[in-house]
Write a protein that binds this ligand. Structure first.
Ligand SMILES: Nc1ncnc2c1ncn2[C@@H]1O[C@H](COP(=O)(O)OP(=O)(O)OP(=O)(O)O)[C@@H](O)[C@H]1O
Ligand SMILES: [Mg+2]
Length: 280
């Protein structure tokens, strides 16, 4: 499914501002404090990170190291205390206000699928397009295409309660992809799934991301999952939430589950596990 073709069909995409030299996402000196009854929490402090077009970056680190806080700032849900985020060279936040024109570029998948129970799968997937004023005819056909893409083509008329956890999560992914976000932000999207479903979802996500050339920031607690999916793994440490190291995972794509038996793969997993364990 070509991005350009889809964009001209729906009219929901801004013209591609892709520029070979410019990162999709440039984060500089990014910090976020929370003022609580027990004092100030430095949830995220001094993060510098550039993410290229089409790159898949995984964020990993102990609970409370600021992964969700970082993702929410990138996703326009939480203003930074300090620093900047640029999307294609344009500031995302200005004086605590989000640049509305950038919001359309973003897609968010949360740990819980957050589908609306009274909407069918098709209507759930179509909702972001409806909010963007896409005509009913176009959004229904696009939603059906995206349902197909995540393997829910036969379930467009079903309601969330009639789906398994993995199917609900796939519907949430289809919903996030339906506006063809330039930047897909995923916060432990597969955390609630069993191991086999999770493995299938990893393969499916890889396929969709390669097909749509999306840029992805993906939070997970699962180290092999991070190394399997990502081009680079960003390891964060808590109090304050900082980037400790960035490890490249330079394996050819598409990757098969067999990659997980290879020495080079397991060396990166072992190193991350060791470094995260050391933090206790
Ligand atoms: N709204 C808030 N008010 C006060 N403190 C907050 C708020 N949100 C996050 N924090 C604090 O910021 C720190 C980072 O939290 P965050 O949720 O970003 O961590 P995380 O890495 O996503 O953790 P987990 O892996 O458990 O999801 C934590 O100490 C948390 O208590
Ligand atoms: Mg979190």
């Amino acid at each position: 499914m070509a991005r350009e073709g889809a964009g001209t069909t729906t009219g929901v995409l801004s013209a591609s501002t892709a520029d070979a030299g410019m990162p999709r996402l440039a984060i500089r000196g990014l910090s976020r404090d929370f003022h609580t009854r027990n004092g100030v929490v430095h949830a995220v402090q001094g993060i510098d990170l550039s993410i290229a077009h089409g790159e898949f970056v995984a964020l990993i680190g102990r609970s409370g190291c600021g992964k969700t806080t970082l993702l929410r700032m990138i996703g326009g849900l939480l203003p930074p205390t300090d620093g900047s985020i640029e999307v294609d060279g344009r500031a995302l936040w200005r004086d605590g206000q989000i640049d509305q024109s950038a919001v359309g570029m973003l897609g968010f998948v949360f740990q819980e699928s957050n589908l609306f129970p009274w909407f069918s799968v098709l209507d759930n997937i179509a909702l972001p397009m409806k909010l963007r004023g896409v005509s009913k005819r176009v959004r229904r056909s696009r939603a059906a295409e995206f349902a197909d893409l995540v393997g829910l083509g036969d379930f467009t008329g079903s309601y969330p309660r009639e789906l398994s956890g993995g199917m609900r999560q796939r519907a949430a992914i289809a919903r996030a992809l339906s506006t063809e976000p330039e930047l897909l932000l995923m916060d432990e999207p597969f955390g609630a799934l069993d191991a086999l479903t999770r493995e299938r979802m990893n393969l499916e996500l890889q396929r969709i991301v390669l097909e749509t050339s999306s840029t992805v920031v993906f939070v997970t607690h699962d180290i092999p999952e991070a190394v399997f999916l990502a081009d680079r793994v960003v390891h964060m440490t808590p109090r304050p939430g900082r980037v400790r190291q960035i490890l490249p995972a330079e394996f050819a794509k598409p990757r098969s589950v067999d990659l997980q038996t290879e020495t080079a793969f397991n060396e990166i997993v072992r190193r991350l596990r060791h470094d995260i364990d050391e933090e206790e």
